[in-house]
Design a protein around this ligand. Structure first.
Ligand code: 13P
Ligand code: SF4
Length: 305
């Protein structure tokens, strides 16, 4: 038996004994995705987790994802797979900075991407994901809207709405640093491939993309599309489920550098250790949690197109 098989077996056994549900984001390494009960994007995972009877949720991802799980499932113990796995974008906006930003635009509602810290969600009117940002903005009866913390997602939403969006200048370095020249090179190598890009990429990349989707949106698109080849402009972890679900299709990274170091902090040893020690626990303080939950629930009430 290989080391991966041994660790995976021990993890599954312990998860069963402790009635723990293991969630893995689409960017996690392949063996962590394979050992999880559920894979997907951060919000979908948290929502599914809140509907199960598990006593423990072990989130293999980054801290804001475990926080979101804790916001929607306060009665469960939420564990993060690797202590210190953060998000560079979420760290670009604090609650104090958001309060100052709001003071500059009195009366404008705040739309906050789920890739944000819990305190920022608590200061916001409504959350959004990369899959529903446009619908969320349009759902607001307001001529001007603030969007945080991702400027690229905000600029993408601005292309699809009449409302004026004032945005916070945060970004995800993994997506924002992708260069047009690298993507064009991949397109020349694979001229028949569909270019799928995540809305965290810069506007110049989104200009040349054939489809712009969240990670779950890319999985759905690839599944349903008649195309056989795809260039994928998001964190490289998504290539694993794309290939696994579509054995007859080819997927190429848009560039070799799209790696989120925080998403890669989790290995199988970390998953096993977190289950054994039941640490680190992520718990959002109750006063912040109830306000953040309101923003998440308002988002969930927005109808999808
Ligand atoms: P989604 O899986 O929600 O598209 O998010 C992408 C991301 O950057 C998560 O960190
Ligand atoms: Fe944050 Fe970007 Fe990593 Fe996602 S890929 S966790 S947005 S730094």
């Amino acid at each position: 038996m290989s080391e991966i098989e041994r660790l995976s077996r021990d993890i599954r056994k312990l998860a069963k004994e402790k009635n723990a549900l293991i969630l893995a984001h689409n960017y996690q390494v392949s063996e962590v995705q394979d050992v999880a009960d559920l894979t997907g994007d951060s919000l979908a995972l948290s929502i599914k987790a809140s509907r199960t009877g598990a006593d423990i949720i072990l989130f293999c991802g980054v801290e804001f994802m475990a926080e979101t799980a804790s916001i929607v499932s306060p009665e469960k113990k939420v564990l993060l797979s690797a202590a210190g796995a953060g998000c560079l974008m979420a760290d670009m906006l604090s609650a104090d900075e958001l309060r100052d930003f709001k003071a500059e635009h009195p009366g404008a509602p705040v739309v906050t991407y789920v890739n944000s810290v819990a305190e920022v969600k608590a200061e916001s009117d409504i959350c959004c994901t990369s899959a529903n940002a446009v619908q969320v903005v349009r759902s607001l009866d307001a001529p001007e809207v603030l969007m945080t913390p991702d400027r690229n997602l905000a600029m993408w939403a601005q292309r699809h709405t009449e409302q004026k969006i004032h945005y916070w200048p945060g970004y995800c370095p993994v997506h924002n640093d992708l260069q047009v020249a690298a993507v064009k090179q991949a397109m020349e190598l694979h001229p028949d491939a569909v270019l799928m890009a995540h809305p965290e990429c810069s506007p110049a990349i989104l200009d040349i993309a054939h489809v712009v989707r969240s990670t779950s949106g890319m999985l759905a698109y690839a599944r349903e599309s008649e195309a056989r080849e795809f260039i994928v402009a998001t964190e490289e972890g998504l290539l694993y489920p794309l290939k696994k679900e579509n054995p007859g299709k080819e997927f190429y990274p848009a560039s070799s550098g799209m790696i989120c170091k925080d998403m890669k902090k989790t290995g199988l040893e970390d998953v096993l250790r977190a289950l054994e020690t039941e640490e680190p626990v992520v718990r959002v303080p109750e006063d912040i949690r109830v306000r953040a939950l309101r923003a998440v629930e308002r988002m969930m009430a927005v109808p999808r197109d």
